[in-house]
Design a protein around this ligand. Structure first.
Ligand SMILES: *Cc1c(COP(=O)(O)O)cnc(C)c1O
Length: 347
C-alpha cells in the first residue's frame, strides 16, 4: 500500500497541481515546475538515506527486473565473471538474466533449504576477480532478510533493495550500487531507483542504449527521455511523507515492532507457521502457512470479508504472506493479528 496521506495529497491536487490549473501529468518533464520535483525528490532521498556525495541517484524505467540486465551491461567492464548469492526467487531471476552477459558464479545458494535460510557466510565461494557481488537483502516472496551486508574486499556489492529500501537507515558507503523498483516502499510501479558510486560509471558495453547506460542517465539527470512523471511525483510525495514521519529511524522502530508482534503470534500458534530461520526473518514480508492447508481458502475468504486483503502467498511458495511495508500502519498489523487469533479459535 501507499501512505494514505500521500494518496490524499495527490487526490487534492490531481487536476490543479502547484496552482497551475493543470495536473502534474499534463506538464512537460522539462518544465521548470517539474524540475522542482526532480531536484527535491533527489534531495529528500539523499537526506533520508544519508547518501554520500560520491554516489549518483538515478530514476530509471523498467522496474527492478530491467536492472537485472542493466547491471552486467554497465558494470562488467573487462571482467567476464560476477558473483551472485541465491536466496530466493528474485536473486534467482537476477542470476538468470546475468547469465546472458557473463559467467555467473553462484557463490552460495539457499535452495537446499527451500530458501528458508541464508547460507553461512564462511561457506561462500567468493571470487576476488568478480566484477561485482550481487545479492538481494530482502527476498520478498520467501520473507528472508540479510541481517548484515556481505563484503568481499574491493569487489563492489550490488543490492536489490526493492522490498526493503527506506524501511530503516542503511550505510550506503558499504555498497557499490543499490537499486529498487518503486512499487513496494516508494510509490507506484513504473520507476526504479539506482544509487551508484561514481567510480563504477563509464564501463557500459558499447551495445548499451543511452536509456540503460548509468553514466548517460547520470549526466542527463535521469531525463534521457520522458520519465514516468506521475510515478516520480508520487515517489516525491512519499519521500516528503517519510521525512514528516521523522525519517528512517522512526520507520525502523515502527517496522521492527510491527514484524515482531506478527511473528510472535505466529510462533505461539498451533495453526500458523513461519518456516524462515529466526536469524533472517524479514521485517517487510511475513509468509506463513496453515498447518491444515485445506483451511487456506476459508482463511482468505474470511480475511477478505474482514477487510484484510492481499494475504495470499506467492504462487511459488503457497500459503499466506503479509507484506507490511512502510505505509502499513501498526493498526493494520493489529487487525491482522486479531483476525488470526479469532480464526484459530473458530476452527
Ligand atoms: C518486486 C521485486 C522485483 C521486481 O520488480 P519489478 O519492478 O516488477 O521488475 C525485483 N526484486 C525484488 C526484491 C522485488 O521485490
Amino acid at each position: 500500500m501507499l501512505p494514505r496521506a500521500v494518496m490524499q495529497k495527490a487526490q487534492n491536487e490531481l487536476v490543479d497541481w502547484n496552482n497551475m490549473g493543470v495536473s502534474v501529468m499534463e506538464i512537460s518533464h522539462r518544465s521548470a515546475a517539474f524540475q522542482t520535483i526532480v531536484e527535491q525528490s533527489e534531495h529528500n532521498l539523499r537526506e533520508l538515506l544519508n547518501i554520500p556525495n560520491n554516489y549518483k541517484v538515478l530514476f530509471m524505467q523498467g522496474g527492478a527486473t530491467a536492472q537485472f540486465s542493466f547491471i552486467p551491461m554497465n558494470l562488467l567492464g573487462d571482467a567476464t565473471t560476477a558473483d551472485y548469492i541465491e536466496t530466493g526467487v528474485w536473486s534467482a531471476k537476477a542470476i538468470k538474466e546475468a547469465e546472458r552477459f557473463c559467467e555467473v558464479n553462484v557463490a552460495a545458494t539457499g535452495r537446499e533449504d527451500n530458501f528458508t535460510n541464508i547460507p553461512d557466510f564462511d561457506s561462500w565461494q567468493l571470487n576476488p576477480e568478480a566484477a561485482y557481488l550481487h545479492y538481494c537483502p530482502n527476498e520478498t516472496i520467501h520473507g528472508v532478510e540479510f541481517p548484515y551486508v556481505p563484503q568481499n574486499g574491493d569487489v563492489p556489492v550490488i543490492a536489490d533493495m526493492s522490498s526493503t529500501i527506506l524501511s530503516r537507515p542503511i550505510d550506503v558507503s558499504q555498497f557499490g550500487m543499490i537499486y529498487a523498483g518503486a512499487q513496494k516502499n516508494i510509490g507506484p510501479s513504473g520507476i526504479a531507483i539506482v544509487i551508484i558510486r561514481e567510480d563504477l560509471l563509464g564501463k557500459a558495453s558499447a551495445l548499451t542504449s543511452d536509456l540503460f547506460n548509468y553514466q548517460k542517465v547520470a549526466e542527463q539527470l535521469s531525463l534521457v527521455n520522458t520519465p514516468p512523471t506521475f510515478a516520480w511525483y508520487l515517489a516525491h510525495l512519499t519521500f516528503e511523507w517519510l521525512l514528516e514521519q521523522g525519517g528512517l529511524e522512526v520507520m525502523a522502530e515502527r517496522n521492527e515492532r510491527k514484524a515482531n508482534k506478527l511473528y510472535a503470534v505466529i510462533d505461539e500458534s498451533e495453526l500458523f507457521h513461519n518456516p524462515v530461520d529466526k536469524s533472517c526473518r524479514s521485517w517487510m514480508n511475513v509468509p506463513f502457512i496453515l498447518s491444515d492447508e485445506s483451511l487456506n481458502q476459508r482463511f482468505l475468504d474470511e480475511a477478505n470479508a474482514a477487510g484484510l486483503v492481499a494475504l495470499e502467498g506467492h504462487r511459488s511458495v503457497g500459503g499466506m504472506r503479509a507484506s507490511i511495508y512502510n505505509a502499513m500502519p501498526e493498526e493494520g498489523v493489529d487487525a491482522l493479528i486479531a483476525f488470526m487469533k479469532a480464526f484459530e479459535n473458530s476452527i
